[in-house]
Design a protein around this ligand. Structure first.
Ligand code: NAD
Length: 330
């Protein structure tokens, strides 16, 4: 059996090699994403694995995959919105994703950023960058004295809640689905508004859909305490970023940490050194000394990358061998 893996990064190669050795199966890595121009590369392979921002929406691709005997597309990501599921069904292609590669990878980033915010670390670092080593006035808070509010206590939100609880924080949450296994960790409140009003740190972990777009808008920001911090490691459009910038400028919020932003596909994971930033909101946020931006690195740990490859290739094998996988999406 032979598999073809698209968009392979350098850091994935050793993990991929180890998988090949463990499973005795050849996987050919290529750096390009799957497109209409290169779909013929799959000829002679039994299955494919992809991870890309470029959408797979052209019917031609699905048609050719079927014609070349491919039965599946295995994604190394949790999301599968780049795939046209109707076309996949039409051409008998089963789609798999990796629903949980490491909730801890994102949760640990969130905890780190929460601690940095309450330590005034972005302000201290900015002062030090021009030689000001004074600390007067920058007194910090301890996490064990604070209430953390989780909006969306699923895989990542639930893991973040456990980490915050272990550090001594009081954890409250809003999620329409209440999990029994989290009831010793957090207190569920009945409405998002109640969590926004009570928490000192709000961390967002909802999926992005029509209902959660701009979940945190000007009205929601008004419900937060002016001394509270907002963290978003979910998806950029969950926050109305212009409303956030206004709230920060008017000191209606103490600060924010953002691992994801609207339009991030145009700047995150690019080297823009020396160039004018292509997004006005990004530029405004980067110039605020109480805002921490990370370029969507929550997922990027050794454990997560290992799981993405192992689970995605495992699902590809399941579909090829037995026609089904527990990670199939429809
Ligand atoms: P999940 O499906 O396990 O959890 C989402 C939770 O949100 C569920 O419990 C759901 O009931 C809840 N929810 C849905 N709508 C809600 C609402 N309006 N209010 C409150 N709760 C609501 O998802 P997950 O795997 O924990 O992922 C959470 C987010 O993290 C997603 O947006 C995902 O795209 C993002 N993510 C980010 C990174 C990163 O690198 N920063 C990596 C992976 C995932």
């Amino acid at each position: 059996m032979k598999l073809l893996m698209f968009s392979v990064r350098e850091d994935e190669r050793p993990v991929l090699k180890a998988w090949e050795e463990r499973n005795g199966i050849e996987v050919t890595p290529i750096t390009d994403p799957l497109t209409t121009e290169n779909v013929e590369l799959v000829i002679g392979y039994d299955g494919i694995c992809i991870q890309q921002r470029v959408e797979v929406t052209e019917e031609f691709i699905y048609e050719k995959l079927k014609e070349f005997g491919i039965k599946q597309i295995s994604l190394r990501t949790a999301g599968y919105d780049i795939i046209d599921l109707k076309l996949a069904k039409k051409y008998d292609l089963k789609i798999t994703s990796v629903p949980a590669y490491s909730p801890t990878s994102v949760a640990e980033l969130v905890v780190m950023q929460a601690l940095r915010l309450i330590r005034n670390s972005p302000i201290v670092e900015e002062n030090m960058s021009h030689g000001d080593f004074r600390w007067g006035g920058l007194i910090a808070k301890e996490i064990n004295t604070l209430t953390v509010g989780i909006i969306g206590a699923g895989k990542i939100g639930g893991t973040a809640a456990r980490l915050f609880k272990a550090l001594g924080a009081n954890v409250i949450a809003f999620d329409p689905v209440q999990r029994e296994d989290l009831k010793d960790t957090l207190t569920y409140l009945n409405a998002q508004k109640e969590v926004l009003e009570k928490a000192d740190i709000i961390s967002l972990h909802v999926p992005l859909d029509e209902k959660t777009k701009h979940l945190i808008d000007a009205e929601a920001l008004k419900q937060m305490k002016p001394e509270a911090y907002l963290i978003n490691a979910a998806r950029g459009p969950v926050i109305d970023v212009e409303a956030l910038i206004n709230a920060l400028m008017q000191k209606k919020l103490a600060g924010a940490a953002l691992d994801t932003l609207p339009n991030e596909q145009y700047f995150f994971n690019y080297d823009l050194t020396g160039q004018v930033l292509p997004d006005k909101n990004l530029e405004k946020l980067m110039n605020m000394n109480n805002v921490l931006i990370t370029p969507h690195i929550g997922f990027y740990t050794t454990v997560a990358v290992q799981n993405m490859i192992d689970i995605a290739l495992g699902s590809a094998l399941d579909i090829i061998r037995i026609g089904e996988s527990e990670n199939e999406v429809s």
